[in-house]
Design a protein around this ligand. Structure first.
Ligand SMILES: Nc1ncnc2c1ncn2[C@@H]1O[C@H](COP(=O)(O)OP(=O)(O)OP(=O)(O)O)[C@@H](O)[C@H]1O
Length: 243
């Protein structure tokens, strides 16, 4: 039977040098076509969770399954291919190439995969993020929100099973953040895209279907259909508890 989970972590622990345990026996599933926010105090393990879930780092123990593939069974080359073809990333700093136009940036993952970029596919990807008219523009000619939308189009051009977003609105003002979050919400509702987003912002988290909380590397509960107020209250409790 096909799993309903896009990503599954089972009893995942990650130790770093100097006795740091960044993740401690974490079991979480991320359902297909759902939008999850990951929150927790600074140092609680959010980035480590994202890195392990996205196959950028290997856990010390436990199991990570992405798109039905157990990452531990994949060698480095197969893991690289899985990341390239089935996983999309968006970062706080957009990471667009400044010398390339929006279209060229969006086409990049196809080029890296050795595919000839399909212009229609690239155009459709830009249209899906509301930037059909901006294909010839370079990043410096666009606002921060527009650049982040190009980054989202680029992340989705390969139709990945899951989109990981690490503080995607961290560099944006409130209004522009809302545009990007609304876009992410629409991608989940309209195209059943799976999104996992790390954020510090309760308002950003309120766009998700679910918020999972981490504290000291451990899973610390979740909220479904979150409101910004409930998320902020839970975060204050976690921060007070981990002081
Ligand atoms: N490469 C590393 N080597 C050693 N320790 C690390 C490494 N990366 C992270 N850590 C430690 O692991 C713990 C979790 O870090 P992580 O970056 O996952 O937290 P975070 O919740 O994303 O924090 P922030 O919100 O500040 O970005 C921290 O104690 C951190 O210092």
């Amino acid at each position: 039977m096909k799993s309903t989970q896009a990503v599954e972590l089972t009893e995942v622990t990650k130790h770093y040098a100097h006795g740091v345990t960044a993740l401690d026996d974490v079991t979480i599933g991320f359902g297909l076509g759902t939008f999850t926010a990951v929150m927790g105090p600074s140092g609680s393990g959010k980035s480590t969770l994202l890195q392990c879930a996205a196959g950028l780092d290997r856990p010390s123990s436990g199991r990570v399954v992405v798109d039905g593939r157990d990452l531990a069974t994949l060698g480095d080359r197969k893991l690289t291919l899985l990341r390239r073809d089935r996983i999309g990333f968006v970062f706080q700093s957009f990471n667009l190439l400044p010398s390339l136009t929006a279209e060229q940036n969006v086409a990049l993952p196809l080029r890296l995969a050795g595919r000839r970029p399909d212009r229609e596919l690239v155009r459709r990807s830009l249209a899906a993020v509301g930037l059909a008219e901006r294909g010839r523009h370079r990043p410096a000619e666009m606002s921060g929100g527009q650049q982040q939308r190009v980054a989202i189009a680029r992340a989705l051009v390969t139709r990945p099973a899951v989109l990981f977003a690490d503080e995607p609105t961290g560099a944006l003002d409130a209004g522009t953040s809302r545009e990007v979050l609304r876009l992410m919400r629409d991608l989940v509702d309209g195209q059943a895209q799976t999104i996992i987003m790390v954020t510090h912002d309760p308002i950003a988290a309120s766009y998700a279907d679910r918020v999972v909380f981490l504290a000291d590397g451990r899973f610390y509960g979740e909220l479904h259909d979150p409101t910004a107020e409930l998320v902020a209250t839970r975060m204050l409790q976690l921060e007070a508890a981990s002081c």
